[in-house]
Design a protein around this ligand. Sequence first.
Ligand SMILES: NC(=O)c1ccc[n+]([C@@H]2O[C@H](COP(=O)([O-])OP(=O)(O)OC[C@H]3O[C@@H](n4cnc5c(N)ncnc54)[C@H](OP(=O)(O)O)[C@@H]3O)[C@@H](O)[C@H]2O)c1
Length: 258
Amino acid sequence: MTAQRWRLDGQTALITGASAGIGLAIARELLGFGADVMIVGRDIDMLESARDDLADEFPAQAIHALAADVSDDEDRREILDWVEDHADGLHILVNNAGGNITRPAIDYTEDEWRNIFETNLFSAFELSRYAHPLLARHAASAIVNVGSVSGLTHVRSGAVYGMTKAAMHQMTRNLAVEWAEDGIRVNAVAPWYIRTRRTSGPLADPYYYEQVIDRTPMRRIGEPEEVASAVGFLCLPAASYVTGECIAVDGGFLRYGF
Ligand SMILES: NC(=O)c1ccc[n+]([C@@H]2O[C@H](COP(=O)([O-])OP(=O)(O)OC[C@H]3O[C@@H](n4cnc5c(N)ncnc54)[C@H](OP(=O)(O)O)[C@@H]3O)[C@@H](O)[C@H]2O)c1
């Protein structure tokens, strides 16, 4: 009985932005708990290579991949049609795909900032709404939103990224309350610097790297697997009474005043 609360056998999870970085680590984590996964990313080659690697590691489980852009509403609808075609409803949705352009607030073009909103926030809201009937089909299901410490305090990501992540955290709290009666738990994680493709540029600058480490009590960069573990916990039956929460995966960053 206890062991089953730490397993996801027979469950299907849809993970956006899962061909690399944190999303790929989440797919691997959920497969490790026994789930079947459906992964989405834009670049077909990277996506297929991720699917092949996962299939080698987890040959007994179903791993489906679809090239789609979550910032495009037609693609979002296509993703849900694809899920309906391949699975009996959905147990887990992880809204992980995200992107950013860092600029001073007054320098963003309208197209740029609107696209960051489409990619990071509107995608998660719409995919959650489109997935609602599939998630509600099961007695217990879960959404996990990959937010950021930048949605909770100022970091040097630029205002727009922080705005999208802050709204994502509030969306998490609202949907958790609204959808509790449907058996859908909704939670979030808030990572600080994690070693992925998108952070490799800034972290390659030794001065910038030192500044990041100086603000991190654990004095290191996080790994994608460390975010994936927190997401995995929130998906598990073990977290069955946890909803509307946000787990920071930040090496103590948010708790570090002076
Ligand atoms: N790394 C960090 O330090 C950090 C910190 C806080 C929060 N986060 C959040 O964690 C999430 C993942 O970040 P990451 O660092 O793992 O990024 P990453 O290494 O760049 O991976 C991003 C993944 O998302 C996919 N993707 C990007 N835009 C997409 C779109 N419009 N539609 C579909 N798929 C898309 C990418 O594939 P394609 O490019 O082929 O589409 C890739 O699979 C993001 O929401 C990010 O904001 C990251």
